[in-house]
Design a binder for this molecule. Structure first.
Ligand code: SF4
Length: 496
């Protein structure tokens, strides 16, 4: 990709990883990072914690590393992420977090910038793909300076736009290995060192980055972070774009506030910057009711600028006259040619609450199946079924895909066995992570057989008659103690 051509967020990520000589890239696929991860040739991990831990090990051995996860995945990797700040690393690590605005491909919207406050790690929030390229390169430089990972937050909107290709530069390979002298310090001492050395370096980087931009043209101003900076470009207002959402460039912001009578905060999806500035009376945004929650558009900003900010309010939630309904919007059901369709139908006939997972089984929550009831996230169903089973030894039913089982469902099953919970876990073994595009998954059948009695059903052969499948379910449910059914079949959308 030569300069002058248009680049998307995906292209910018690939260019930056190449120019930063990143050697290890891990991921957990999921909207909106799946395509980017595939373009980067990222290695899929069973869950986000594992993905970051691999990156940490690789960094300690001297290799620049990157981990890509969606917003909900940041919850999973938070434990090693927080520890990594004071523990220190070797070569640079970038955690590229993709926030699903809306959400459109997730169960919940989240704002990954808050992980800056939680971990005290820097968070860069690029405004467009060109800024994403520069943010990733700068993140590696900063990461190696502060010896801690740097979070680069992207959004579905950022990945979806194209801009002129950035001027490329190459970072020389560094090969810094983990310095074990950090163990000379206690945990308290490591925290003191982090506050004393890396934090001021990150603050300086936030003030000095070329990703900040400033235009003074009015007594009304906009402070913007991420893609909303583009929305504010042509408004009749001054504009301060910040390259870092955490730590904020406080000197720049204070000067900007000093020069303006009132300031609107343009960011998405949450009021992250505004939350840090809310004590200042001239700052307006979502928390003051002048902007709607969630993704912004340019009309939201225009309206806020024209408001009598002391009086007018956006009635929240502003855009919504009625809640979006799946009946109107349509929903993704089990595919017509799914080999497991009779299993999902049979589950609807057994008359008990079924815990599903964030794989294909979530598609069976609505008509025409309505057979899966609870979906609390990837790998959650064995633990949720344990809760359904309770102490009175009712059978809890879990449906989990083979990726969800490897991701974290296995731990739920182990806990169920340990605590003597009576669950039936139905493992949909289609050999792929079907919901995210058919990535490879590990076969843990032997592990499962070592833990509980297992009955195998092959689909479509064993699923031609829903009544037969229902009978198989009831037979296994009648047996006391935890057990599993492995429902084997080939997903027509499998690439393997
Ligand atoms: S397993 Fe394959 S065919 Fe079945 S619902 Fe999932 S994606 Fe569709």
């Amino acid at each position: 990709m030569s300069q002058g051509k248009c680049v998307s967020g995906k292209d910018a990520s690939v260019m930056a990883a190449a120019d930063a000589c990143v050697q290890t890239i891990t991921c957990v696929p999921g909207y909106p990072v799946t395509e980017v991860a595939e373009a980067l040739g990222a290695e899929i991990s069973v869950n986000e914690k594992v993905a970051l831990e691999i990156a940490l090990g690789s960094s300690a051995a001297g290799r620049r590393s990157m981990v890509l996860v969606k917003q909900l995945g940041m919850n999973l990797l938070a434990d090693p992420l927080v520890i990594s700040a004071t523990h220190t690393i070797g070569s640079g690590i970038v955690a590229l977090a993709g926030d699903d605005l809306g959400p459109r491909g997730s169960q919940a919207q989240m704002d990954s910038r808050y992980f800056g406050l939680i971990s005290d790690l820097p968070v860069m929030d690029p405004a467009d793909p060109s800024a994403l390229y520069h943010s990733i390169l700068e993140a590696y430089v900063l990461s190696e300076k502060i010896k801690a990972p740097v979070i680069v937050r992207a959004t579905s909107r950022l990945f979806g736009i194209s801009v002129s290709s950035p001027e490329r530069r190459a970072l020389p390979p560094h090969g810094i290995k983990f310095d074990r002298s950090i163990w000379d310090l206690t945990a308290l001492g490591r925290g003191q060192r982090y506050q004393d050395e890396p934090v001021p370096l990150a603050e300086d980087a936030s003030e000095a980055t070329s990703l900040n931009s400033l235009r003074i043209s009015s007594k009304i101003g906009v402070i913007a972070s991420g893609c909303p900076a583009r929305l504010a470009e042509n408004l009749d207002a001054s504009l301060l774009v910040v390259g870092y959402a955490y730590p904020l460039p406080w000197r720049l912001i204070k000067n900007f506030l000093h020069l303006h009578d009132r300031v609107i905060i343009a960011e998405e999806p949450g009021p992250f910057l505004e939350g840090q500035l809310r004590a200042i009376e001239k700052v307006f945004g979502r928390l003051t009711g002048h902007l709607p929650m969630g993704p912004l558009d340019v009309r939201d900003l225009q309206r806020a600028l024209n408001m009598d900010l002391g009086r007018d309010r956006v009635s929240a939630p502003k855009h919504v006259k009625s809640y979006e309904r799946s009946a109107d919007k349509g929903h993704k059901s089990i595919c017509d040619d799914c080999p497991f369709s009779s299993l999902y139908k049979a589950l609807g006939k057994i008359g008990t609450i079924v815990a599903g997972d964030a794989g294909c089984s979530i598609r069976a929550v609505r008509e025409p199946y309505s057979s899966v009831d609870l979906v609390y996230g990837l790998g959650s169903s064995p633990s949720v079924a344990s809760g359904l089973a309770g102490d009175d030894r009712e059978k809890g039913i879990a449906v989990v895909g083979d990726y969800g089982f490897a991701h974290s469902g296995l731990q739920g099953l182990i806990n169920a066995i340990w605590k003597g919970r009576d669950i039936l876990m139905i493992l949909i073994q289609n050999g792929v992570a079907a919901q995210t595009g058919g990535q490879e998954v590990p076969d843990l059948t032997k592990v499962l057989e070592a833990l509980v009695p297992v009955r195998f059903l092959n689909f479509p052969e064993d699923g031609k008659d829903t009544k037969d499948v229902e009978k198989s379910l009831r037979d296994v449910m009648a047996v006391k103690g935890s057990s599993a059914i492995v429902a084997r079949g080939k997903c027509p959308r499998s690439r393997y």
